[in-house]
Design a protein around this ligand. Structure first.
Ligand code: SF4
Ligand code: SF4
Length: 373
């Protein structure tokens, strides 16, 4: 699909090439129990995970396909004893490797060894700005202290550090402290990601949904901090889409720039795509990665514009946001080809916002993620 895909009126086009980035979810195992976890309810157990040799071969195939960045994720990727071999495979195939971690399972010696094997970047999750909040949300006593250690080892090793802070009703008011902490920890980049309701997080909508006012204030605080910290800290921001008027350009367009491989080897266009029940996701155990990217039904299902319904089909924003998130359309409209209900032009927009307000006003209790054995 090297040629541009143009809509019927010739007014919008998208060009598809090879993927740039791959998210390798090498395990679902994780010592933390975050209530906002977007991993699916049905987790892959250890004996269902791809073995080392298949991951290594998949990394080779990814590099040949054109992938430049390999995000090693989970679950907690440090839960796998072969993480070192996987980082080595990234280096062998000139893939920029990013370790997305809670920090638990890393020691100074292990991190040093990973750097020696070619690790390029560390992305550390931050569940709170102090031990009380972080250990509560992560469901792991001592997690905050270990994170501080990991951040220190990372910067001492001259590895670039990004922090990922999921913001929700319980911590969004402490965003200024989160930003200050990121600066103190020596991070180069902070991702302020308002909670997305996929996977386990759906169970915690009432406990985690921020109010409209909280979301608006967070946006203002990010804008102010971006200005103030130019040259010190880059801040990425995922706003609270349930309180927005237009959807985000989910994945930069379905099957356009990135792909995910889940622990059992199925290949998906995004992290939550398994929630679309009629799609069949092919597995790297059975098919070459390039065939899955270019030819599989699931990857081609929502590429281009032909699949769109009104109001997206004739909308001037369609090459900007691609109609929003297919998984959110599935979850709320019951149709993955519908306009994302976040959009003000969706007939479900008012209903979505009312439900978000109701959840934001209610006091749900946190349900912590449980792990497969
Ligand atoms: S969100 Fe929390 S529980 Fe889920 S994988 Fe990440 S660290 Fe583990
Ligand atoms: S109608 Fe569709 S394409 Fe237009 S802004 Fe809304 S989601 Fe985007």
């Amino acid at each position: 699909m090297d040629a541009p895909v143009v809509d019927a009126e010739g007014t919008a086009e998208i060009t598809y090439g090879p993927p740039i980035a791959m998210l390798a979810e090498i395990t679902h195992r994780c010592p933390l129990s975050c209530p906002y976890c977007s991993n699916p309810l049905e987790l892959t157990k250890r004996d269902g995970e791809l073995p080392t040799e298949i991951w290594v071969d998949v990394f080779r195939q990814a590099a040949e396909l054109g992938v430049l960045q390999m995000h090693l994720s989970g679950g907690e990727p440090a839960s796998r004893r072969d993480l070192e071999d996987l980082v080595t495979a990234c280096r062998d195939h000139d893939l920029y490797s990013n370790l997305i971690t809670s920090g638990i399972g890393l020691t100074e010696k292990r991190l040093t060894g990973l750097k020696e094997r070619g690790l390029d970047h560390v992305q550390l999750s931050l569940q709170g700005v102090d031990a009380e909040m972080a250990d509560l949300i992560g469901g792991y006593k001592g997690g905050y202290s270990r994170k501080m250690d990991v951040a220190g080892w990372t910067t001492s090793l001259d590895l670039p550090l990004t922090l990922n802070a999921v913001m929700h009703e319980k911590n969004i008011d402490r965003l200024p402290e989160t930003i200050d902490l990121a600066v103190r920890m020596g991070a180069r980049r902070l991702e302020v990601a308002t909670v997305q309701f996929h996977g386990w997080a759906v169970k915690n909508r009432a406990a985690l949904m921020p109010t409209r006012e909280q979301a608006k204030l967070a946006g203002q605080r990010v804008a102010e901090a971006r200005e103030r910290l130019k040259g010190v800290l880059v801040i990425d921001y995922v706003p609270a889409d349930h309180h927005a008027d237009y959807p985000k350009p989910c994945m930069g367009g379905w099957g356009s720039t990135g792909l995910n491989i889940v622990p059992d080897g199925r290949v998906m266009p995004c992290h939550a795509a398994h929630t679309i029940p009629h799609l069949v996701f092919e597995n790297v155990r059975d098919k070459p990665l390039a065939d899955i990217w270019w030819k599989s039904e699931a990857f081609n299902a929502y590429r281009g514009f032909e699949w769109m319904q009104e109001p997206c089909r004739s909308c001037p924003r369609k090459a900007r946001d691609f109609g929003g998130c297919r998984c959110q359309a599935m979850a709320i409209a019951g149709d993955a080809a519908a306009t994302d209900p976040v959009c003000i032009k969706s007939p479900l927009h008012a209903q979505l916002q009312e439900a978000a307000e109701a959840d934001a006003m209610s006091d749900g209790t946190l349900t912590f993620r449980t792990m497969p054995v």
